[in-house]
Design a protein around this ligand. Structure first.
Ligand SMILES: [Zn+2]
Ligand SMILES: [Zn+2]
Length: 161
């Protein structure tokens, strides 16, 4: 096996792909969980570039795995936005009683997008689905299908922005 060309980048990719490792504090300010101890490092986008307060970055001046993780996460998010096509979800069953006897019951608009409402004619339950992508901006959510570097590949992306 060949050694990875850039171990920090590899590590950053691992961090970016795992859940609960990266948190957005503000625009350009993130916290990344330390991989070796139970603490978080501060990663900031400054006027002179990304800065992290981990020893690797502070003392060696390297682009550490935490900065890699942020940049990869941001890049992935853009990639996913570009390539993920949300297929319309076909609702065929009532989630409560399983009946196929359902009908559309109007669309509700809110700031997360349009929500299609359905009504079950058997149990009278009204249910709705929000399949808007915008909503994911604000809630960490896994998207399991994304295109990466032109190849179709399953990957998990946890949005944190
Ligand atoms: Zn760092
Ligand atoms: Zn029902």
């Amino acid at each position: 096996m060949q050694p990875a060309p850039n171990p920090r980048q590899e590590k950053g990719h691992e961090i970016a792909s795992a859940q609960g490792q990266v948190f957005r504090v503000a625009d350009g300010y993130y916290k990344v969980k330390s991989q070796s101890r139970s603490q978080y490092y501060d990663v900031n986008n400054t006027s002179i570039g990304w800065k992290c307060n981990c020893p690797d970055h502070k003392f060696r001046g390297t682009k550490c795995k935490h900065i890699w993780a942020i940049q990869i996460s941001l890049g992935l998010r853009e990639e996913v936005k570009k390539h993920v096509v949300l297929e319309p979800i076909t609702i065929t069953h009532c989630p409560t009683c399983g009946s196929q006897n359902i009908k559309r019951s109007g669309i509700r608009h809110n700031k997360s997008g349009d929500i299609q409402r359905f009504a079950c004619k058997d149990c009278s339950k009204i249910f709705s689905f929000n399949i808007g992508f915008e909503r994911m901006k604000h809630n960490p959510k896994a998207v399991t299908t994304a295109m990466q570097r032109g190849r179709r590949r399953r990957l998990k992306v946890f949005f944190f922005i």
